[in-house]
Ligand binder design. Structure first.
Ligand SMILES: Cc1ncc(COP(=O)(O)O)c(C=O)c1O
Length: 510
């Protein structure tokens, strides 16, 4: 019933004078409004005036229209919408964590610093890299931090390099980050199997030649600051020649940044430090089951090789160990080290998003090393199960083995004038959040599905059955898909205007 109802804005329901509560009469003189004029809002008309029942029903209805990981499968590729274990929440809510002041001296917060240090040790072990900062508040913030480390490294050698190489299969944040850090982005072409091409590639459509990695490294040489490589890439494919790529870049002292947001496909199986990565980030909200949340609070810790450690943001969290007593029992103390002259500075206030970091460590400790590896393997098996069940009906534009996500193309359905957007909208009618669509750009009409390890076979089958039914509908009744969603409160919206010109604040003129 709720799904068919159209919910007006609370402002539109407002009736002047209507109240949700009564305050006792003032028994003191009313305070004067002493706020300086420049601190007062202008153009703000009023708050909506509603009864308690209206307010409760309004927000309850809206909450029921929402869709989250606790409602059902959330196959949004590249986002890794995995289950957020309740244990994480319980531990993050412990008073020792929630009640300590971020400016408390080190001696008062040994438990907090110990927690951060322990998480750093887990991340070092997982990535095979010896340096860590937990400060960056999201994947993209980690990327910027990592590229700033690369820049600091070259500057420390007196070199101001200008280029960052990025494959066309990279995540969109990679070129944005490189540009933000002041670099020129040069694109690396992919081969038909979706991995980076060492050789030049001729575009079959326009005949243009795109320079491959070997040519770019030999032509640009010491102009190259580094390469940013999403691995597994956005098609869910592992760059199986990564070590060769690293070696080639290192031959001109260019550094290798790995966008490790997809580490949920590698944890416990492969360590980037072992295949030549110099610096990388992890998305704790993807790999370590911490909640996603509108760009933050999140955490995108950066791990780096020895040669980049001097440039890490301050403070660096360190552990001192002394042996005490007759048994020489080790006693640890933790401290924040600020005096690091080559540091790029701070990238977040205090420790970073502390509560998220507690949740990530809880995830690591509760799973243990073997459990983390099992999660990785299950994520891969789940994506491949979907791939196997759907590949007869949906086209695989790139046929390389999938890791944690699988990318289909709409080319089979396009023959019936049904496109990716129609399929995504129809999934809403069936009660699913749509997968990521039209990304990565190198796949026409991409449908990028990432089930994560959280789904069991029953859920995967139900999703695949629905996708197969939609493929049948596309053949037999394409119009049904053009109309979809037919059950959602709002049907097809102007998504471009919504994305480009969002109206985020109510005004009377609306
Ligand atoms: C491969 C990849 N890189 C970078 C990012 C950016 O991370 P964030 O959204 O935390 O900034 C994402 C986000 O999902 C990603 O999938």
């Amino acid at each position: 019933m709720f799904l068919r109802q159209r919910e007006p804005l609370s402002f539109d329901r407002s009736v002047p004078g209507k109240r949700g509560m009564d305050l006792p009469k003032l028994d003191v003189p009313a305070a004067k409004d002493t706020r300086p004029a420049h601190l007062k809002r202008s153009g703000f008309d009023a708050l909506p005036e509603l009864s308690e029942v209206e307010v409760i029903r309004h927000f309850t209805r809206l909450s029921k229209w929402n869709y989250g990981v606790d409602d059902g499968m959330y196959p949004l590729g590249s986002c890794t919408m995995k289950h957020n274990p309740r244990l994480n929440e319980k531990v993050a809510g412990l008073r020792g964590f929630t009640d300590s002041h971020p400016m408390a001296p080190d001696a008062f917060v040994q438990g907090n610093l110990g927690m951060l240090f322990t998480l750093q040790e887990w991340l070092k072990e997982i990535t095979g890299l010896p340096g860590v900062t937990l400060q960056p508040s999201a994947g993209a913030a980690g990327e910027l931090t990592g590229v700033m480390l690369i820049r600091a490294y070259h500057l420390s050698k007196g070199a101001k390099r200008r280029v960052i190489l990025i494959p066309d299969s990279g995540h969109g944040t990679n070129p944005a980050t490189a540009a933000m850090a002041g670099y020129e982005v040069v694109e690396l072409p992919s081969m038909p199997d979706g991995t980076i091409s060492f050789d030049d590639v001729t575009d079959p459509v326009n005949g243009k030649v795109r320079k491959g990695l070997k040519t770019l490294v030999s032509e640009l040489g010491s102009e190259i600051a580094g390469a940013m490589i999403t691995n597994p890439n956005t098609i869910g494919v592992f760059e199986y020649r990564f070590k060769e790529i690293s070696d080639l870049l290192h031959s001109v002292d260019a550094l290798v940044y790995m966008d490790g947001a997809n580490m949920n496909a590698l944890v416990g199986v492969a360590r980037p430090g072992d295949f030549g990565v110099d610096v990388m980030h992890l998305n704790l909200h993807k790999t370590m089951s911490t909640p996603h949340g509108g760009g933050g609070p999140g955490a995108g810790p950066v791990c780096c090789a020895e040669k980049l450690i001097p440039f890490l943001p301050v403070p660096v969290i360190l552990r001192d160990t002394e042996k005490v007593g007759e048994g020489e029992v080790p006693r640890h103390t933790y401290r924040m080290e600020w005096n690091r002259p080559q540091s790029i500075g701070k990238v977040h206030s205090f420790y970073g998003n502390f509560g998220i970091l507690v949740r990530a460590l809880t995830y690591c400790l509760s799973h243990g090393g073997d459990g983390l590896k099992t999660a990785t393997l299950r994520a891969i098996v789940n994506a491949n199960y979907i791939r196997t069940r759907l590949k007869g009906s949906y086209a695989l534009h790139i046929d390389s083995p999938s890791l944690h996500e699988v990318v289909f193309s709409d080319t089979n359905q396009a023959k019936h004038d049904v496109h990716t957007l129609d399929i995504a909208k129809r999934l809403i009618d069936h009660g699913y959040h749509p997968p990521t669509i039209y990304f990565p750009l190198i796949v026409p009409g991409a449908l990028m599905i990432e089930p994560t390890e959280s789904e069991d076979k029953g859920e995967l089958d139900a999703f695949c059955d629905t996708m197969l039914q939609i493929a049948k509908e596309a053949e037999e009744n394409p119009d049904l898909l053009h109309q979809a969603p037919v059950l959602a409160p709002l049907r097809r919206m102007d998504e471009t205007t919504a994305a480009r010109k969002p109206i985020l604040r109510w005004t009377k003129q609306l």
